[in-house]
Design a protein around this ligand. Structure first.
Ligand SMILES: Cc1ncc(COP(=O)(O)O)c(C=O)c1O
Length: 410
């Protein structure tokens, strides 16, 4: 078999998607994208940016990035962090994150995805056991995939099953040789539900494990001070390894890990994706630093995000549209039907000037399909009301896909 024969099956599947190139994927952007954007000469309200706090193109953030770009170019420093890829600005951002998170230390990573899976790789070897929520983000799952020790998945957000898996793991696990590492997302990115971090933290009193939370979507959104899902549940100290990207609330690139000093000291020399790949460029560092300052100075950004979220979700609930069990600005409009029916609703929504994206397998479970809508600080009441009006129109045109399935009792 040669490569093309091997790929033939997969290419056939991709061809279905290619029919939508430029319309559903690989859209050609050519202008500002915020709460609205122009696409093919028509204006749309945008519901697919994870720019929760509206900081992605804040003028102060652009200024901070531009100043250093003009001095040193767009990708300075031109090396890996450990050699000549480090500046005082990298240190300053780590210090700011450390003080915000109340952890002993933090380390930046150049991209969330490659940083996080590589952190899991650095923390474990064949003597260690990983137990992970089956719906963790791909970056954690890929960390599990390259792990050559024991691994167990637990059913999504099911703490009883997590406990069963810990007990199963303990039968073969040698605590003198290795650790048990439990992985979850703080806020799940497709259905918008939180992990039960408080209940998982309680399990730590019974079992000795290391607890890692990827809170890329919760950071900046949840908690009294916006420190994320662990703060929301009051379990910050129980989370041993806290991860977040800057690509959501902090509107930029890169991410960070917060943990005990000894852990971070070790990671600085052990995370292969950071040792063998270039540092986070200075313009990104400068812009995230500025965004962090704005986030701290303007808590009203979070207030408005939540006000928008509640207005939008209340409106969809009143229309009888199924948005699952989301407790966050991530609003999954569930399609009660086939992928094709989902596409019909999706393109009809587009016709009405509403822009988001449709999610199907493998991002969500096989056979299910949803239109993922994300509320942000930048949305106006007019944006929300116009979008609700569009859903009202669609609800009468597509009553079945936009209905809430009735549970069959047995
Ligand atoms: C939960 C979660 N973790 C990690 C990442 C990866 O972040 P990045 O975009 O910085 O690679 C994402 C991005 O989609 C995410 O949703």
């Amino acid at each position: 078999m040669d490569l093309l024969q091997k790929l033939e099956k997969r290419i056939t599947v991709l061809q279905q998607y290619n029919a939508y190139r430029g319309e559903l994927h690989h859209l050609e952007l050519n202008g500002k994208v915020s709460n609205r954007m122009m696409f093919n000469e028509k204006e749309y309200i945008i519901w697919c940016l994870n720019d929760y706090l509206g900081l992605m193109d804040h003028p102060e953030s652009i200024k901070a990035a531009t100043e250093v770009t003009e001095l040193y170019g767009p990708s300075y420093p031109h090396s890996v962090r450990l050699t000549i890829g480090h500046t005082a600005a990298h240190d300053k951002l780590e210090a700011s994150l450390k003080s915000l998170m109340g952890k002993e230390d933090t380390m930046l990573v150049n991209l969330g995805y490659q940083g996080f899976f590589s952190i899991i790789d650095a923390l474990t070897d064949r003597h260690d056991t990983i137990i992970y929520d089956q719906k963790c983000h791909a970056c954690l799952i890929d960390g599990v995939r390259i792990h050559n020790g024991r691994k167990f998945a637990f059913k999504h957000n099911n703490v009883n099953h997590l406990e069963t898996q810990i007990q199963r793991a303990l039968k073969t696990h040698d605590p003198k040789q290795g650790i048990i590492l439990v992985l979850v997302d703080g806020l799940y990115s497709m259905h918008g539900e939180l992990a039960p971090l408080d209940e998982i933290a309680q399990l730590k009193e019974k079992y000795n494990f290391t607890f890692l939370v990827d809170d890329s979507h919760g950071f900046g959104v949840f908690g009294k001070n916006g420190k994320g899902s662990p703060e929301h549940f009051g379990v910050e100290d129980d989370v041993d390894i806290f991860l977040s990207t800057f690509t959501k609330s902090f509107g930029n690139l890169g991410g960070f890990v917060a943990a005990k000093k000894e852990v971070i000291d070790y990671l600085r020399f052990a995370v292969r994706s950071q040792i063998f790949s270039r540092t986070l460029p200075l313009p990104m560092v400068a812009s995230v630093q500025k965004n962090l300052e704005i986030f701290l100075a303007e808590p009203e950004r979070r207030e408005r995000l939540w006000k928008n979220t509640n207005r939008f979700k209340d409106g969809l609930n009143n229309l009888g549209i199924d948005i699952g069990s989301s407790v966050s600005p991530i609003v999954p409009v569930k399609i009660n039907g086939t992928h094709q029916e989902g596409l019909d609703v999706y393109f009809a929504l587009r016709e009405l000037g509403i822009f988001s994206y449709i999610v199907a397998y493998p991002v969500v479970e096989k056979g299910s399909c949803l239109i993922r809508m994300v509320c942000t600080y930048n949305h106006t009441e007019a944006d929300i009301d116009q979008t609700l009006e569009a859903f009202k129109t669609l609800k009468s045109k597509y009553p079945n896909p936009l209905s809430i399935p009735t549970k069959i009792s047995v």
